[in-house]
Design a protein. Structure first.
Length: 277
């Protein structure tokens, strides 16, 4: 585990993208950051994939088929199973191509968009009062004012509090119906289209995530927030969990999706490292 985290930190320090800044002149800073990272608390932001995993009403459930499971004739234990899943369900990635032609596919997303500092914007009280709440530009400004910084070069994670309903489809989606007719019955919070446009036009975020089934609220029919973010090559993480365990800023997030060539998304393992620094 320590070796893996150290490798991640080296990637962050040296920069993953072509336009990444040069490493710091002082060698003492990376060493201090490495020590802090290795002593940090690991928090899993991912829902497990199983028969109860929530998918869009038009998609089939996660399928897990058990295969070999036992001692072989040669005397050693061996297990091997099979699974099948839609790209978009459970904790997953939306690659920009999902809503924008000619943008990045799942395997083409720059690594430096999937690693970095996360900021958590907590709208759970507003969302509890209104299941169709849309996070506004004013909400984003309020976070910046409170914390004295802009939403630049960070992964923005929107906490609506909806993760507490997982895996209850009725409470989480607003309906437990399935099929195309169920889509109109969806009710859960999301990001307002004008706020999505403001982020891509006036700020420089790495990626954005939310603890609901979609970055657009459940009653959306045009998916304008998806379209605005994807058009500017911003990856989206959906059905994230445990955001209540992260500080408003300073956590390191590692969001690594299944690398599906040509994919519009895929299952995502997303974790955070929280340090005392």
């Amino acid at each position: 585990m320590k070796a893996w985290l150290a490798l991640v930190l080296v990637v962050l320090i040296l920069g993953c993208g072509k336009n990444a800044p040069p490493p710091a002149a002082s060698p003492s800073k990376p060493v201090k950051s490495l020590d802090a990272l290795l002593s940090g608390k690991l928090i899993d932001l991912t829902h497990s994939f199983d028969a109860a995993t929530i998918y869009w009403p038009t998609e089939p459930a996660f399928r897990f088929e058990r295969g070999n499971d036992g001692v072989t004739p040669k005397g050693y234990y061996y297990a091997a199973n099979r699974f099948a899943t839609a790209e978009h369900g459970g904790t997953h990635l939306y690659a920009p191509i999902h809503f924008a032609a000619d943008q990045r596919t799942a395997d083409q997303i720059e690594l430096d968009r999937l690693l970095g500092e996360a900021v958590v914007i907590d709208l759970s009280e507003k969302c509890a009062a209104d299941p169709d709440y849309e996070v506004s530009v004013a909400d984003l400004h309020a976070w910046e004012t409170q914390h004295g910084r802009q939403l630049d070069n960070v992964m923005v994670l929107l906490r609506t509090g909806w993760s507490r309903y997982w895996p209850d489809r009725l409470k989480y989606l607003g309906t437990d119906a399935r099929g195309a007719e169920a889509v109109a019955q969806l009710h859960f919070p999301g990001l307002a289209p004008e706020a999505a446009r403001w982020l891509v036009e006036h700020r420089g975020i790495k990626a954005i995530g939310i603890d609901t089934a979609s970055i657009d609220h459940g009653q959306s029919t045009r998916f304008e927030s998806h379209r605005a973010l994807c058009a500017k090559n911003v990856p989206i993480f959906e059905n994230v969990t445990n955001l209540d365990q992260l500080p408003p800023q300073g956590a390191l997030v590692i969001a690594l999706p299944m690398k599906i060539a040509g994919g519009s998304g895929g299952p995502l393992r997303i974790v955070a490292v929280v340090t005392n620094e």
